[in-house]
Design a protein around this ligand. Sequence first.
Ligand SMILES: [Cu+2]
Length: 151
Amino acid sequence: MLGFRDYNMNKNIRNVFLVLFAAVLVLGCVQQSQTQQPQAQPNETHAPQTRQFSMVISHTFYNPSVLTVNKGDTVVIKAVAAPGTASHLHGITIDEFDVNEAVTSEDPNNPVVIQFVADKEGTFTIYCQTCWSGPFGQGHPPIKAFLEVKP
Ligand SMILES: [Cu+2]
């Protein structure tokens, strides 16, 4: 049996626990809203930039073979044909960005400059339409690289 005093003491203890519980809840909410704030502004970390790449096109491959940018970035590719391959009519074609440029310069100081805005996200194939239009025709190896546009 609980006396009147015991009952009051239990009530006080219960009130202390209630206040503590409320404090933990409030603190939890404050902390959560603080950690969520940076995620609400993803554009700050992905502000559009100009991304420049130097590319060498050999008879059978592109170097580098993967270009990675963020959506909205301006892509600048400075491309040359590998030594001895200017006559192959090597080039850079990216259908989704209306890029189709022959690269006949072999001089790293005088590259062909291709520039566009990566306004679509996804993985896009870079290939060489101009090789197939060149002296080798469809007999030219189907060289490939990829443009990765991240969100
Ligand atoms: Cu070639």
